[in-house]
Design a protein around this ligand. Structure first.
Ligand SMILES: [Zn+2]
Ligand SMILES: [Zn+2]
Length: 439
């Protein structure tokens, strides 16, 4: 099949696992690619995934799932009850980004929409959530066809608003674990812009970070730039805060722990010779554990107040620190479950599976584990998306690769979708074996 010409066949051409799953995926690929191109051309922003949800809900009903729409605003829950056994939940996220696509693809998005900021923008599936949905449908088709080969309950969810970190929580707060069968295992994948197409990467334990957005408003006492002694300069106070924040990670956090404090925005003033009466910082804070997160957030408050006091600001004009709520919590891959799933995939993907370092990016998938860490096993893995020729050129230093969220990101969609469809279906079948005796 031509769409699959780029499959990293050299890595595992002879590794078909004997269950015919790969051949079945190949047969479904033309339909899945058509779906992918349609989703890619028609992206929708966070919590605006109305057409996407409706389109995929219709497909799931046709496959025999009980489908509920509007869970957590635009989320979809599709359930297939198939006898005794565990409950497995597969999740795909639906939202695109406020990015003007520049890939030049024939099915590039020309859509526009209005995000929460109120300013109309182009919309693009620049994070690859379209590949997630196509593979999710691919897995649903295989598991529906092979209903005789597994026993248990399959819960397949389409999550809205991953990009703003709110969709998973919205579904949970709308009763995902009360109104529908609660999962023993939750699984998802994300395409990766830093790995060759068709490679599977996983991390045990923390895989993605806590993400906090922090705003600091620093009052000053404004005045003429030529008479600084009559003012309290918030640019100088803000600068001291920015520099002192650099010591939070370097001097206060265990060097073997991971954390980031980045001041992404520093705004103050309007003119050369006016000392402003206010400065504002926007900070992104990354961590893995709850303890480190609390230490960093407390530290920002302490440093902001301390520097203002050192500058002589009065008690009623100290900086105000606001931490955005909700935040995106870190994503934890339960280690034994991760090992079990990856061991199960070894036979079919062999040399294509790698354990990879965790990253400081964020994903709200971790919410599904956090909602009941005693009883839920959880794993999100990466499926590499960089076309092999581009990957090799980048390894030779001949080209820079676009990252996720870039207007130029073009994953090798056929390979990502084929790999992820097979991996999700195979892992699910492994988790829900048909009991010989019980039938
Ligand atoms: Zn993203
Ligand atoms: Zn994403």
């Amino acid at each position: 099949m031509t769409v699959l010409a780029a499959t990293p066949a050299h890595a595992d051409a002879h590794m078909e696992a004997g269950d015919g799953l790969r051949a079945a995926v190949m047969e479904d690929m033309p339909g899945l690619i058509a779906l992918y191109q349609d989703l890619h051309a028609n992206p929708e922003l966070s919590f605006q995934e109305f057409e996407t949800a409706a389109k995929l809900a219709t497909r799931m009903r046709a496959l025999g799932f009980e489908v509920t729409e509007g869970v957590g605003k635009t989320g979809v829950v599709a359930v297939m009850r198939n006898g005794d056994g565990p409950t497995v939940m597969l999740r795909a996220d639906m939202d695109g980004l406020p990015v003007i696509e520049q890939t030049g693809l024939p099915y590039a998005s020309k859509r526009t929409a209005v995000p929460a900021t109120g300013v109309e923008t182009g919309v693009m599936h620049a994070c690859g959530h379209d590949t997630h949905m196509a593979a999710w449908i691919g897995a649903a088709q295989l598991l529906a066809e092979r209903k005789g080969e597994w026993s248990g309950t399959l819960v397949m969810i389409l999550q809205p608003a991953e990009e703003i970190g709110e969709g998973a929580l919205a579904m949970l707060q709308d009763g995902l674990y009360e109104r529908f069968p609660k999962p023993d295992y939750v699984l998802a994948f994300h395409d990766a812009a830093g790995a060759p197409a068709g490679f599977i990467g996983y991390s045990k334990g923390y895989a993605l970070a806590n993400v906090d957005s922090v705003d600091v408003v620093i009052p000053g006492i404004g005045g003429h730039g030529a008479y600084p002694h009559t003012t309290k300069d918030p640019v100088v106070i803000g600068s001291s805060i920015v520099m002192r924040l650099q010591t939070l990670v370097s001097r206060e956090i265990d060097p073997l722990d991971s954390a980031v404090v980045t001041v992404g925005s520093f705004q103050a003033g309007s003119k050369h010779n006016i000392i402003s009466d206010e400065a504002r910082l926007q900070i992104t804070v990354r961590s893995y554990s709850d303890e480190t997160r609390a230490h960093l957030l407390d530290g920002i408050e302490r440093i902001a107040r301390g520097e203002a006091i050192a500058a002589g600001m009065p008690e009623d004009k100290l900086p105000v620190v606001t931490v955005q709520d909700p935040y995106t919590p870190s994503t934890y891959n339960t280690p034994e479950f991760t090992e079990q799933v990856m061991a199960g995939l070894q036979d079919r993907f062999g040399g294509r599976i790698r354990e990879v370092p965790s990253v400081m990016g964020g994903e709200d998938f971790g919410q599904f584990y956090r909602a009941d860490p005693e009883n839920v096993e959880s794993l999100i893995f990466w499926v590499g998306g960089v076309p092999m020729a581009e990957w090799e050129a980048s390894q030779r230093g001949e080209t820079e690769l676009p990252s996720l969220h870039s207007p130029f990101w073009v994953p090798d969609a056929p390979v990502v979708i084929a790999t992820a469809t097979e991996a999700l279906a195979a892992a699910t079948l492994d988790l829900m074996p048909k009991d010989e005796a019980g039938g």
